[in-house]
Design a binder for this molecule. Structure first.
Ligand code: FMN
Length: 381
């Protein structure tokens, strides 16, 4: 199987599975507990149908949206994800370059493997910085200042990870916190020597968002310590309100689900929220972002931008979310598997397929702009 044989999410996933050591593939692919939420994320899109209109004159389609003040050529953005250079040596550079090519936004994780400054300098497309809240308020302020100086467009605070999800696939391979590969996990690496060579001949693995502030010299063990010792499980709405004031710019909460929390986010001055369950990796049994969309858009959609992510694999998934009122849709594994499969060329192919699917879907729906999509286009079964 080659990149040119990839036509959809499952093709990229299969190719990534062939190339990655099993523990890394499972780290990307897996979810928490019984992976119910992971499955529901995609299944939720199948519980409703699109109702197209015809004969609307659809030769030119405009896919652009404005979200949190950022003009995007595509209503889909690359959600921040950790450790990308483990999946392919180009890592965040590949994702940022592909996002820039398609005129959309990309996220850089606190656990990113390329510095937010380097990415900001090289690519002019809107950049999100995903942030975790530390016990040390001075450290939080320093990191916000650094992101501000770099020119980050949107600060995204992840609020669904106050403690780690129970990812049992990672426990079985040892690709977990604390990091200790099991025999099976080791074999998973040994049988993929090409990945190992690729990893060794390229630039050393780093976590540049953190290692200026935190001692990360212990590698994976340090990530464990970072989560258990440095992040603040007592984080509350007052802390975030203070952070919103300090940032004084586009500020988004990632991992909101309830309408009450969405209202509070609007009250403290957030300009956006992402309805997300972290790709099914945190609270298993959680509601999906798609299933919560209508309720939350009705509660706050006139005050802040409501985004969603989780389970998006098709252009029609995006059309359904936009029809319910999402301003844009985030993808994670949708670009991570192509990254693992083929680096930048993979991510570009995936985003190109997504753009083509959305454009085709819009034509078949009889809509020439995203604003024309509405709940009239959707029926739940
Ligand atoms: C391998 C992997 C790593 C992730 N790392 C982060 C992270 O560092 N910070 C964060 O806020 N979300 C992280 N996420 C969650 C994504 O940003 C996004 O919410 C999720 O992947 C969406 O679901 P999807 O993969 O089904 O598209 C990660 C997801 C995956 C699959």
């Amino acid at each position: 199987m080659r990149l040119r044989d990839c036509h959809n999410f499952n093709d990229f996933r299969s190719l990534a599975k062939r190339r990655l050591p099993a523990p890394i593939f499972d780290y990307i692919d897996g979810g928490a507990d019984d992976e119910v939420t992971l499955r529901q994320n995609s299944a939720s899109f199948d519980r409703c149908d699109l109702v197209p209109n015809v004969l609307r004159g659809v030769e030119t389609i405009d896919l652009s949206v404005t979200v949190m003040g950022q003009k995007l050529a595509l209503p889909v953005y690359c959600s921040p994800t950790a450790l990308q250079r483990l999946f392919h040596h180009q890592g965040e550079r590949a994702v940022a370059a592909a996002a820039a090519k398609f005129g959309t936004m990309f996220g850089v994780s606190s656990l990113g493997t390329v510095s937010l400054e380097e990415l900001r300098k090289k690519y002019s497309t809107p950049q999100v910085y995903q942030f975790y809240f530390h016990k040390d308020r001075g450290l939080n302020r320093a990191m916000l200042q650094r992101a501000k100086e770099a020119g980050v467009n949107v600060l995204m605070l992840t609020v669904d990870s106050i403690t780690g999800g129970n990812r049992e696939r990672d426990l079985r391979t040892g690709f977990a916190i604390p990091f200790r590969l099991t025999l099976g996990g080791m074999i998973g690496f040994v049988v993929k020597p090409k990945w190992g060579i690729d990893y060794l001949v390229h630039e050393r693995f780093k976590l540049p968002q953190l290692d200026q502030h935190v001692d990360m010299s212990g590698g994976a063990i340090s990530i464990g310590r970072y989560f258990t010792e440095m992040l603040d499980p007592s984080m509350n709405w007052n802390d975030v309100a203070e952070m919103v004031r300090q940032w004084d710019g586009q500020f988004c909460l990632k991992g909101v689900m309830s309408a009450d929390d969405a209202r509070r986010a609007a009250e403290i001055g957030c300009t956006g929220i992402v309805l997300s369950n972290h790709g099914g990796r945190q609270l298993d049994g959680s509601r999906t972002g798609f299933d919560q969309l209508a309720e939350v858009v009705d509660a706050v959609g006139d005050r802040i931008d409501v985004l969603m992510d989780g389970g998006v694999q098709r252009g029609t998934h995006v059309l359904k979310a936009l029809s319910l009122g999402a301003k844009a849709v985030g993808v994670g594994r949708y670009y991570l598997f192509p990254l693992a499969a083929a680096g930048q060329a993979g991510v570009e192919l995936a985003l190109g397929l997504m753009r083509a699917e959305i454009e085709r879907g819009m034509k078949l729906m009889g809509c020439i702009s995203i604003a024309e999509l509405s709940r009239k286009n959707l029926r739940f079964r």
